[in-house]
Design a protein around this ligand. Structure first.
Ligand SMILES: Nc1ncnc2c1ncn2[C@@H]1O[C@H](COP(=O)(O)OP(=O)(O)OP(=O)(O)O)[C@@H](O)[C@H]1O
Ligand SMILES: [Mg+2]
Length: 361
């Protein structure tokens, strides 16, 4: 397995008119599980195909363990790749399909049989080993495809491109758990493409969030949830996503709806004495109080079983607070909104620039 380093890596399919992937720099630790997360068309597959060698990037370099492999073809890079849709040989049985990536690699027959048995067990495919793959249901076909990626042990990385898309919801949970367990044991470097945040957050050590061909943030699930560095991450991750409210700063005080709600603390040295700003706060970090807080009128309360969502309008924006079931709240009532200041962030031009702190007099 290998550390993967991407240096100024970018790609344009049309000779430089538009960029599917804007130049990026990333280093992924050997043995980590990395998720590439983002909406359709953001460049996930492009990035994966550059790593496997199916696409030669327009600019930048790819390194495996410090060795520049940018010019190496897929065969020489030797990574295992599982595509979004199954790629299988119907002239062979499931078992032979699984054995195929191991043939001609000097691996003994016994070892091949052992690995096929292990992978088949992991993916619940044991009873289909003698079948022709294309006669199986499409989700089973995808499992065989997944198995072909997992049988190999000598690879620098295993790349998955949305491998669970066609798998039914229940088995997806099981499979995700098994893949995670497998990763814990084998310590493969795994790069996993998905547009499903739950999949990314539960599976990966590191999540790279892409939007419109750019990396907007890379970090652990907790980093992305607790401190989004870009409005897109706040909005895209979380259910429901982060609330954004237009506010202003006067003499270092943040004013929302004509009320001072705290002081602005700058993160990156940016001057936050005055001017407009966007407040970003997750529904989880808003509570309501009977005594103090910012007055709001609750429009609607939505019971979600384990918690409730209070919907209201604030500073012209639809806003949501995620409240415990113990909180007494009803549609149409007035309430006082309280911000968890440590988790109430300030954004300018969509970038994180600071957070709220208690008012200093
Ligand atoms: N072979 C190609 N030729 C030209 N443009 C392409 C090609 N493949 C992808 N693109 C464009 O590059 C951009 C990124 O595409 P890519 O397939 O990498 O996105 P993605 O994040 O994998 O999307 P999805 O979630 O839909 O699979 C898109 O605008 C897409 O239209
Ligand atoms: Mg794709």
């Amino acid at each position: 397995m290998a550390e993967i380093r991407l240096e100024n890596l970018g790609h344009s399919y049309d000779g430089g008119t538009t960029y599917a992937l804007n130049p990026l720099n990333l280093t992924w630790k050997d043995g980590n599980a990395i998720a590439l997360l983002g909406p359709s068309g953001c460049g996930k597959t492009t990035l994966l195909n550059i790593i496997s060698g199916l696409i030669t990037p327009s600019s930048g370099r790819v390194y495996f363990d410090g060795v520049d492999v940018t010019e190496s073809d897929t065969a020489r890079r030797n990574v295992a790749q599982v595509f979004q849709f199954p790629v299988l040989y119907d002239t062979m049985t499931v078992s032979q399909n699984l054995a195929f990536p191991l043939k001609n690699r000097g691996i003994s027959k016994d070892e091949i049989s052992k690995r096929i048995a292990e992978v088949a067990e992991l993916l619940d495919l044991t009873k289909y080993l003698d079948e022709r793959p294309l006669r199986l249901r499409s989700d089973l076909q995808q499992l065989v495809s997944l198995g072909r990626g997992l049988v190999r042990k000598d690879v620098p990385a295993i790349l998955f491109d949305e491998p669970l898309t066609v798998i039914d919801q229940n088995f997806k949970w099981t499979l995700r758990g098994r893949l995670k367990e497998l990763h814990r044991v084998t310590k493969h470097t795994l790069v996993y493409v998905t547009h499903d945040q739950t999949e990314a957050l539960t599976f990966a050590d590191e999540v790279v969030v892409l939007n419109e061909g750019s990396v907007v943030q890379s970090g652990s699930s907790a980093d992305l949830f607790l401190q989004p560095e870009h409005e897109f991450v706040g909005f895209f991750i979380g259910s429901p996503g982060m609330n954004f409210l237009n506010a202003s700063i006067t003499n270092g005080l943040v004013v929302l709806n004509n009320q001072e709600i705290g002081s602005a603390k700058s993160f990156g040295g940016q001057n936050l004495d005055s001017g407009s700003v966007r407040i970003g706060v997750r529904p989880e970090f808003l509570t309501i109080s009977n005594s103090n807080g910012l007055p709001v009128q609750i429009d609607r309360v939505e019971n979600r079983g384990g918690y409730q969502l209070a919907h209201f309008e604030l500073a012209g924006s639809k806003t949501i607070a995620k409240l415990s079931n113990e909180t007494k709240v009803a549609s149409g009532q007035s309430a006082n909104l309280v911000f968890d200041q440590e988790r109430t962030y300030l954004f300018r031009e969509s970038q994180l620039c600071g957070r709220l702190v208690s008012k200093v007099s």
